[in-house]
Design a binder for this molecule. Structure first.
Ligand SMILES: Nc1ncnc2c1ncn2[C@@H]1O[C@H](COP(=O)(O)OP(=O)(O)OP(=O)(O)O)[C@@H](O)[C@H]1O
Length: 309
């Protein structure tokens, strides 16, 4: 559905935001773009939205070639709804007006029906006549999303949509919004700083490093078979062990404390984390400290044996 082919971008000659990057997104997928700050996530999202010009390559939405502001008097496409991180609802308009103003594809007579439908979809029917300042951050986010899908785009592009919400609210708003977009069959591409969220929600994850596509794939494949330390560490804690002269990336949950274990390490620290203890070991098999999970505490200095599951 979306084909990104050899897209590159430099804002200045000395800084490369994106190196030639190629991937596909299928219709109806929820795709997370993650990576360090400055790795090119927002740039990539804006190029897909047609809001930034690429230096080379091209983006296609089925048969439609997406081009940037240099080629379009009014940048952006009806098929692709882009919601920036700092989206602003109009403070002097009611919630209903905020949504209605975004609807252009419906005849005037049907507009209020459409507003009602969208409010229902984001579970805010009772808030039609409120002003944005009377809503919580999460409710405003849901309204922004309702406005974004008001003209039935094929794709919604979201730049860090949940980053301003506190933790308990974040999970609920995310579930509502992604659920709503999935129900509508809309393809979703979003930038996030939250690997746990990407693992839980995404159909596909794209990991960027310094403008390069580091790895792309299903969450479970990326988590279990990362191709680099960078990709591995982005999705959760990772240990780098040298076993039989081979460097291996091993998740803490794949290491078991075992008195008959082949490997050993000295406890440097043991931290209670709620669900389990984080045991930090110094070991000859790892250059850096090792992280192992345990359901019981260990004293610093203790020697522990472990095996790989
Ligand atoms: N308008 C701009 N002018 C000049 N350089 C820019 C501009 N926008 C981004 N850059 C640079 O391009 C690179 C990629 O930026 P981008 O915003 O795409 O990264 P990001 O991964 O989204 O970062 P963050 O997670 O911090 O938002 C960075 O080095 C950034 O400084």
């Amino acid at each position: 559905m979306i084909q990104v082919s050899n897209v590159s971008k430099s804002y200045t000659p000395e800084s490369v935001a994106l190196q030639p990057i190629t991937f596909n997104i299928e219709a109806g997928e929820v795709v997370y773009i993650i990576g360090e700050s400055g790795s090119g996530k927002s740039t990539l999202l804006k190029i897909i939205a047609g809001l930034e010009d690429a230096d080379s390559g091209n983006v296609r939405l089925d048969d439609l070639e997406i081009t940037g502001p240099a080629h379009n008097l009014v940048p952006g496409y009806d098929e692709l709804a882009y919601v920036p991180q700092d989206f602003k609802l109009q403070q002097f308009w009611t919630v209903a007006t905020n949504i209605a103003k975004k609807i252009s594809h419906y005849p005037y007579a049907d507009k209020m029906d459409r507003v009602e439908e969208l409010l229902k979809l984001c579970k805010l029917e009772a808030y039609a006549d409120r002003y944005p300042r009377e809503l919580s951050g999460g409710q405003q986010q849901r309204i922004a999303m309702a406005a974004a899908v008001s003209d039935e785009p094929e794709v919604v592009l979201l730049d860090e949509p949940f980053s301003n919400l506190d933790l308990p609210m974040k999970a609920a708003v995310r579930k509502d919004i992604i659920g709503m977009l999935r129900k509508l069959g809309i393809t979703v591409v979003l930038v996030s700083h939250d690997p746990a969220e990407a693992l839980a929600v995404a159909d596909k994850i794209i990991i960027l490093q310094e403008g390069k596509l580091e790895q792309i794939g299903r969450p479970v494949d990326l988590y279990q078979n990362p191709t680099s330390h960078y990709a591995a560490k982005f999705l959760g804690p990772i240990n780098e062990l040298t076993l039989e002269k081979e460097v291996k990336l091993i998740r803490p949950e794949a290491i078991a404390l075992d008195p008959k274990g082949k490997y050993a390490g000295k406890v440097m620290d043991c931290i209670f984390m709620g669900m389990h203890y984080h045991v930090i070991l110094q070991s000859d098999w790892s250059r850096d400290e090792l992280l192992i999970y345990s359901d019981q505490p260990y004293a610093s200095g203790q020697l522990l044996k472990f095996c790989i599951r």
